[in-house]
Design a protein. Sequence first.
Lengths: 236, 236
Amino acid sequence: MDEQHITSAFDRDLEAMQAQIMKMGGLVEAAIMEAASALETRDEELAQKVLENDAAIDGLEEIINSEAARVIALRSPTAVDLRLILSVMKIASNLERVGDYAKNIAKRTGVLAQTGHILDSGAALRRMAREVELMLKDALDAHVQRDAELAQDVINRDLDVDQMYNAMFREFLTYMMENPQNITPCMHLHFIAKNIERMGDHVTAIAEQVIYVVAGETPAEERVKGDTTSTAPQEG
Amino acid sequence: MDEQHITSAFDRDLEAMQAQIMKMGGLVEAAIMEAASALETRDEELAQKVLENDAAIDGLEEIINSEAARVIALRSPTAVDLRLILSVMKIASNLERVGDYAKNIAKRTGVLAQTGHILDSGAALRRMAREVELMLKDALDAHVQRDAELAQDVINRDLDVDQMYNAMFREFLTYMMENPQNITPCMHLHFIAKNIERMGDHVTAIAEQVIYVVAGETPAEERVKGDTTSTAPQEG
């Protein structure tokens, strides 16, 4: 078995893993949009579908991890190749977390349907989720095409998501102060907004992996964190 | 270089990585308790220390990742050895996340000190943080000693943390309904409780890695999730 042959076998293995990542990414993108849509339209059936589909996402992560371990053991990749495989595992882990947040949103849909207080936040949450879903799509494209510039663009756009979250946080506070009956639904809506904001953080982590693979190092500066609610006192 | 020699070199590498994990774990344990203590006593100086120390935790994760990549490339470990190294990387990643949550709690200390509403929740939050810190200590001991039973015990104890969180969630809701001035501080306190609950999830993930390494597979059943606030309507 000559060197050329070994390289090709590794490439085939890697391609198969990339295919699994894209499949997993597709499921996660669908989960994000379905969870947001179920929330907006109080569609408990669609929310249930998101809950059920999460097992497939988790299953893909396990497959990718096993496959990565198999490839490392079998091919002993070094330098760039090894970095690539470890990065695929990290991306799978981040995708799984995003899927978990989508599942968590779907779980709250039932609760919100029961509270009966219809606050007009579903559309805003869906827009925020849509933004994260587009970021995820670009992050995965950047991964496949080794496009560090596109990855950096994704990282920059996470600031918008953080700002959307900050605006909603303030909005929920005012609703709660206006009427105590809004407190319970707003706590849930706020959690949902925070979950979407965290999804953005995981998508950002995927984009950072792309830059790490392309440049051989993680971005030097920790990115500016756009969620200011943890440090600024909320005056309503 | 005979097989024996190669094995010993691998063992030495692994031991060095385990030492880094224990060092990282020690820093994270300290961060949890310092963040909780700073919160309870509104000690902004101690909170600042937690913020500053987080860089050391992040740095250790990077060192462990680089070292893992180096060892994989150099020693081409297979089967159990490879599983062990990949598991060390996962544990480092979970530790880093726990450190992030401690940092997030420390950030909110300043805000809460400014709001001026002293709700008597600091002690309860500290007890919850203490429980998570003990779980982390045991999870890391289980890791070093390959003790699947202790790891399972840690996983079981996470239910207590989830129950503590549920109780606090309900308590915060009643505070907010009693007085709108409580809404802003309670939103922050609730976030802190949720962050501690999430720390417990990451510690559980570490314990699951221990079982994975010992048994060669992840626990079959997804554990029962004790945080019921996402599915149960809150009636106050």
